[in-house]
Write a protein that binds this ligand. Structure first.
Ligand code: DC
Length: 217
């Protein structure tokens, strides 16, 4: 039987950094489910679908073949055979992913893919609904969060390091709005699974968080 670790939480809590680190330490596969929603969003944008066109999203999503692989130890997402890793981290794709991920047809397709991956392999999977919907029987479940100011400061640092001008208060406001959207959506809202351990990373280092999660195993 495979061993599954589920990490859920809001944007900016450090899920991918932590999940990657834990996967490396344990020799497990890291699965970034957000990247799959982003690849789907890229396909929809290329097909000129608007975020508000629900029926079109349902119809078009069946045409997108999304799969993942690993190159040099990094997860690579393929959209109809094309490596799209370098194209999915834009604001435009993120906004489309946020608009299209509540669609039940999109979710059905990607959840099935995620469940298949975890069935045969030891994985650390991060997302919004992993502990609650995708892997309800995961052996370890973590709800990783941090307060909105800390998450905004992390994002601010990331952007200013890249030379992108930005405003801390505006970033925090956007984070609070996105949390609200993710937590109140009808299908698979972001929430802590009953059997998940809450880890608040606000005042912890990356290594402290990774150690805390590994100690749960
Ligand atoms: O974690 P991220 O920013 O890469 O996620 C992109 C979008 O996909 C985000 O709006 C939330 C959504 N998502 C989801 O609905 N379920 C998941 N398991 C992962 C991401």
């Amino acid at each position: 039987m495979s061993f599954n670790i589920a990490i859920d939480g809001p944007a900016g809590a450090g899920k991918s950094t932590i999940a990657k680190k834990i996967a490396k330490r344990l020799g497990y596969i890291y699965v970034d489910t957000g990247a799959m929603y982003r690849a789907m969003a890229l396909y929809l944008l290329r097909e000129n679908v608007e975020p508000s066109e629900t029926d079109k999203i349902s119809a078009k999503c069946s045409e997108a073949d999304i799969s993942i692989g690993y190159e040099n130890g990094e997860q690579v997402v393929y959209l109809n055979g094309e490596n799209v890793n370098g194209l999915i981290r834009t604001e435009e794709v993120g906004n489309m992913a946020s608009a299209s991920s509540p669609n039940p047809d999109v979710r059905r397709k990607l959840v099935e893919l995620q469940q298949k991956l975890a069935e045969s392999k030891d994985v650390v999977m991060d997302g919004r609904d992993i502990g609650t919907c995708v892997l309800p029987h995961a052996q370890v479940k973590v709800y990783l969060t941090a307060n909105s100011r800390v998450r905004a400061e992390r994002r601010y640092k990331e952007l200013t390091d890249k030379g992108v001008p930005c405003d801390l208060d505006k970033i925090e406001k956007d984070i609070i709005e996105r949390d609200h959207q993710d937590m109140t959506r009808e299908i698979s809202p972001l929430m802590q699974a009953e059997d998940a351990t809450l880890v608040d990373s606000s005042y912890m280092t990356i290594d402290e968080v990774a150690d805390a999660i590994i100690s749960l195993i």
